[in-house]
Design a protein around this ligand. Sequence first.
Ligand code: FAD
Ligand code: SF4
Ligand code: SF4
Length: 1017
Amino acid sequence: MTSAQQRKIKQTGCDARFDNLTRQLYATDASIYQIEPIGVAFPKSAQQASLVIRAAADAGLSVTPRGAGTSLVGNAIGEGLIIDFSRYNRQISDLDLEKRSVRVGAGVVLDQLNDFLRPHGFCFGPDVATSSRATLGGMIANNSSGARCPIYGTTADHVRSLEIVMADGRVKKIGETHASLRTERAKIEELVRAAKSEMAERWPPGLIKRWPGYGIERFQRAPSDLTNILAGSEGTLAAIFSAELKISPLPHEKGLGLIFFASVGEAMQATVELLDLKPAAIEHIDRPLLDQTKGQLHFQAARDLLELDTKPCEAILIVEFYDFGGARTRPRFESGDMSPHSKSSVAEKLSILQSKKIGLRKKILTDAAQMNLAWSVRKSGLSLLTGRVGPAKPVAFIEDAAVRPAQLPEYVRGLQSIMDPLGLEASYYGHAASGLLHVRPVLDLHSASDLKKFRQVADQTSALVRQFKGSLSAEHGVGIARTEYMRDQLGDELLEVLREIKRTFDPKNIFNPGKIFELGSALRADRTAQRAVPTKIDNHLRENFTRPLELLFRPVLAFALKDRSFIGNLEQCNGCGGCLKQTGIMCPTFIATGEEVMSTRGRANIIRAALAGRCGVRGHVRAFESGDMSPHSKDPLKSEELDAALSNCLSCKGCTPECPSNVNLALLKAEMLHARWRRDGLPVRERIFSNVDMLGRISCAMPALANPILEFKPLRGLIETALGISAKRSLPHYARERFDKWFAKNCSGGPRAPKGAHPPTPELGYGVTGRGPIQKKRGHVILWDDTFVRYHEPHIGIAAVRVLEALGFEVALVKNRRCCGRPAFSVGNLDAAAKLGKHNVSQLSTLNSQLSAAPILFLEPSCWSMFVEDYRELKIENAEEVAKRCFLFEKFVDDLLAHEPDALQFDNRPATIAIHPHCHAKSIVDPAFMGQLAERLPGRKAKVLDTACCGMAGAFGALAEKYDLSVQVGQRLLDAIDDQPRGTEIIASGTSCRHQITDLTNLHPKHMAELLAEAIV
Ligand SMILES: Cc1cc2nc3c(=O)[nH]c(=O)nc-3n(C[C@H](O)[C@H](O)[C@H](O)COP(=O)(O)OP(=O)(O)OC[C@H]3O[C@@H](n4cnc5c(N)ncnc54)[C@H](O)[C@@H]3O)c2cc1C
Ligand code: SF4
Ligand code: SF4
């Protein structure tokens, strides 16, 4: 693209980016496809969108509207200009409860809308599984729907009117009440009328999720309403800027019937019979999916509830019933009205279901928690499957085909007859009530033989679906994945109707070319494309499939949690967009900024791009091991793009548990940095950060000198210039007496008796906290005196000793312990981290017999996670054995008090306590126990805050260039604290978190050890 063209687009005033970083970030969606765009624009108003679309068209660029990019078929990517509507258009307005309508910007996310509607007793009906990030614009353009389709229908059923931007830049409102685009409407009406009998012949009734490209069948029923054509048009006709939507009441009551079957066929057969009960949903899960939950702690409760271990089955139907209250009304999606529907209550329907002679056994659930547990298995279905280890993955390409529910048994047999001869594994789960099964054959798209099978399955499935007069696409769209089969599915006559509609709206094929219609002579190919690549299912595949990613360096980490390889874990990112959500612990930098590059997906995409040579500039690149210079290649370890992606990752580990495929950015980042430092040498700043323990040792020898220096402004200015450590950031002061020195003074050689006391018996010792004799009834515990407790916050260590002694433990420190290695690990100095780890593990493995089995307790979660996770990742011998003895201090105490509530006596004092758990703790354990522990103190009400990383993240928040981002990330924590009642005591388990809170507020949070120690009576 020429700079003049770029200038023209930028002159519209719209935020538009053409840099390589942005182009790589938007080259993929959640599909297996990849197309690099020319640039991305982020319009703030319909006017801006109009100007930018016109400018793009004038420049000969195609335009692909985009929301969250969670589409599975490759329709959210394109060669021209991507128009991202998710960034700014997030306004919700004009809620009218009488009319049951609301207005949304195209970028409003479904969860955001439902959070807004819930207090009013309403919701937006169609429930996509990607509700945490899918935009209403994307949902309308994809005519998305979910499990409750039998009562809520699809998104198109809920659109009252649309504000659209057309190919020539006109902004129009369309819908039943808008008289605009009369000529277009009349033309389409005529086309559709002429195709009536062909539609009737090809599309027999009974399929609620039929997706015919454009909604001509729907339009035929309501020809005054052009939204029927726009909804489901996949951004190929116009861009949607805002929408007036119908809203639905929330159900008053719900109930779930689970039916267990001996075969998928029987479950399919039963579905037909159950439809008479008018359920809200019938969802099917089969054994391959259920087997993925085996041995997973997270799913054990659901397995127990479903009795899967004791009473195995081949398939389950989850049948859900809704009751909409006394009037026995419910939303009727065809009209969006509320109309009397069924006289039976949820209880009556469940009782009818119970009495039916189907399945091996049944289970009725009405308790909300149990129903959620059962749903959790179904909802995690896709994630459970896609997180599969190894290069072969369940691939989305025939996953969206639907037939009439009565045909399901025969259809499944047909699919099996396609898979079996090819030796392919597949799971058949999904929306049985709508006749839609998400079948994803397991294929290794890196291999030529599986690529061949990929085509064979696609061709044969298209033929099978046609035979059933079904729909190859039902809720995910046509996109690249199914455009090739549109002629086959629709026939020439109907395809020509669609083509005419496309010409009517977009005569120059500006909008999303190559989707729904193959690129070819009939429609002008995008002028920006060097050569128009025909839309085929096996063209435009993600580059890593066609040219496997090559690692030119030797990774050192084990990726022990999953995958056991760097590339394996990197390729787990399928683009599903789970990391674009606004809740939980993944991904704090995206939550703070809304920028794609600040998401886990963005980072994984950029690492892939860098390894594939799509980042940086060509030049001389030093070879990895030999140090030789190799000309002309792009440096996979060093580029602006890679820096933007990796340097802002907090290594908070939020993605590891929350990404459905367990992409572990903290490890991927550490490995990339390590490879770079090994080749280019470790920079001074990273060297200093790796040695904070040594700094502590030196500075604690002369705190009177060290502490004033930390606050000496001119020197801080110099440090900022030389090392990039922000002068705005306070640095932690050094303690006058180190914790280990205090401990040695008070207890070295065993507990000492206070003056005048009787010498202790073997059972009775004296506590180091000087409160008199203690019962040493529980043996030894080792307290890990981490760098921060030792040199900066000894009072926390002292508090912990006090609690442990009061419990009856004899506390020991590890004499020759070194830093756990976390600071070195975070900056990619993995050699140093491994060295420290080896030393520590060896120290702990060779302790005397009294201590060799003693629990090792951690006050700092980031050190604990080093021992329980990262030492294994560093392949340190005996790390697993030592990890079994490592506990978070709070968890250890809470477990003990759960068994022996009277083991400690606390004062009774009414207080509210808010707890911010460290992200490393949250990534490994459910932090709810921290609230439980605080509430063991009589009178206290505790709340575990819904927060993610505090933004300080070790040294991250101290870096001058990261200070602003650190504060931005911390805002969520500050807001959560602000929301607490006045006088709430704040507890934060991580030293960085306490530092961040103190720096940004007037508060001084405590460690849980302090809270407990102060309350002991
Ligand atoms: C794990 C997973 C689970 C899923 N589950 C479901 C499910 O339960 N039900 C379901 O229906 N789908 C599901 N999907 C598919 C996808 O999430 C939905 O289609 C979703 O509604 C897409 O929204 P989006 O904002 O991500 O749109 P995008 O992916 O960004 O775009 C989708 C299409 O809409 C077009 N588009 C986007 N915004 C606009 C606009 N403003 N104007 C015009 N065109 C626009 C794009 O060009 C593209 O063609 C799932 C996907 C994944 C990865
Ligand atoms: S990082 Fe995980 S959650 Fe995010 S897009 Fe990739 S697979 Fe999905
Ligand atoms: S480690 Fe944290 S900041 Fe980095 S990608 Fe994962 S969730 Fe985001």
